[in-house]
Structure formats: C-alpha cells, structure tokens
Design a protein around this ligand. Structure first.
Ligand SMILES: [Cu+2]
Length: 202
C-alpha cells in the first residue's frame, strides 16, 4: 500500500532530476547506484504486481507540493473497439484516484475523426447517463459536452475535487458513455496522493 502510493511520487522526482542534471548526488544514488551519468529512468520495481500503478505515470503527473494532478487524456477509436477509448481504457477499466481537495487539471484531446467526443465529471448513480449533464465540480468538463469536439479541438480545464465520492469521467456526446466511453474517478479523503488503478490488463 505504502509503496503503491509512494512510487509515482519518487518516479516524478527521478524524472525531474534527469532533466535538471543538477540534483544532489544522494538522490539519483538511491535509484541508480552504479552509474552517475546514466540518466536511467528504468522502472525500479519489475514486480508484476506494481505494474498497474506504473503504467499510469505517462499520463498522470502528481505535484504533491501544490496538491495538483495533471491528466493527459486522449480519445481514440481503434477498429473493432466497442466504444471510443480514453487513454486506451473504457468502461471504468482505469480508475483515477485523487485526494479530497486536490486540484485536477486535464489536457484532453481526441484523435478520432469519425465522431466528436467530450468529457465531463458526473457523480455515479445507478445508470450511466445517455448524454452528459451538469458537471459535479465547477469546470469539470470540456467545452461542448453534448455536441462534442473534433481532433484539433483540444480542451484544458482545471477543477477542485472538493467533494469525496465516486464519479464518472464520461463522454457527454449522446450514446457514447453508455457504450463504454468512461473512466472512473474516485475522490478519496484517505488518499495522500493521486494515482491510477487499472481494473484489468488488456
Ligand atoms: Cu465520445
């Protein structure tokens, strides 16, 4: 538990050190004791159990100091997929966990030219809505929630996860979320950092 929460943070620090190339000798030594100039970002934990959390690092960036998490989200529509995918996931296969009160930023875009898409955070109820409605948090949505956006119309927004609970991050274009174009968002009062859990591997 502790390791899962800790590893995204330490990975972020390692990456920052690699970029700056000016870290104190102690910091990289903890990860790569052999070669100082290697700038090696090889994942430190090869254990299969830890994969779920590490896979998310490319698109979930934690800034603990400012209690902010930035999500890079891209919609794709691979041939044969039952719905459009968000970062390769659908129907809650990925769960984003954010501590209560943290700021969430997202950089959303679509690579699917066959249909418009959008994203809105809505509190989970019994049924996934047929189309997007009011966001649970101020600004927790893209522009054009029900009309959708095209490739070349990226969206950025920032909101505060100010109420604990279970939410959908769903496409608001009619029919899309019902087909599976949604991820899960957990606003957790007991978490100390943001992370992603994958419900299953593809
Ligand atoms: Cu969509």
């Amino acid at each position: 538990m502790t390791q899962l929460r800790f590893s995204p943070h330490s990975m972020t620090i390692v990456a920052a050190c690699a970029v700056l190339m000016a870290c104190s000798p102690q910091a990289p030594a903890a990860v790569a004791p052999t070669q100082a100039g290697a700038a090696d970002t090889t994942p430190p934990a090869p254990a299969a159990q830890a994969v779920a959390a590490q896979d998310s690092l490319a698109w979930l960036v934690v800034d603990s100091a400012s209690r902010t998490v930035t999500l890079e989200l891209e919609v794709t529509a691979p041939p044969g997929a039952p719905s459009a995918l968000i970062n390769g996931y659908r129907a809650g296969d990925a769960r984003v966990i954010v501590p209560l009160g943290w700021t969430v930023k997202w950089n959303w875009s679509s690579a699917d030219s066959s249909a418009p898409h959008s994203l809105v955070v809505m509190v989970q109820r019994e049924k996934i809505p047929l189309e997007g409605g009011r966001a649970s948090f101020t600004n927790a949505m893209t522009r054009m929630v029900t009309e959708g956006l095209q490739p070349g119309q990226p969206d950025q927004t920032t909101f505060v996860a100010e109420e604990a609970g279970w939410y959908w991050m769903l496409c608001g274009v009619p029919g899309h979320a019902v087909n599976g174009e949604w991820l899960e968002l957990r606003v957790d009062p007991e978490s100390t950092t943001a992370r992603v859990m994958l419900k299953k591997k593809d």
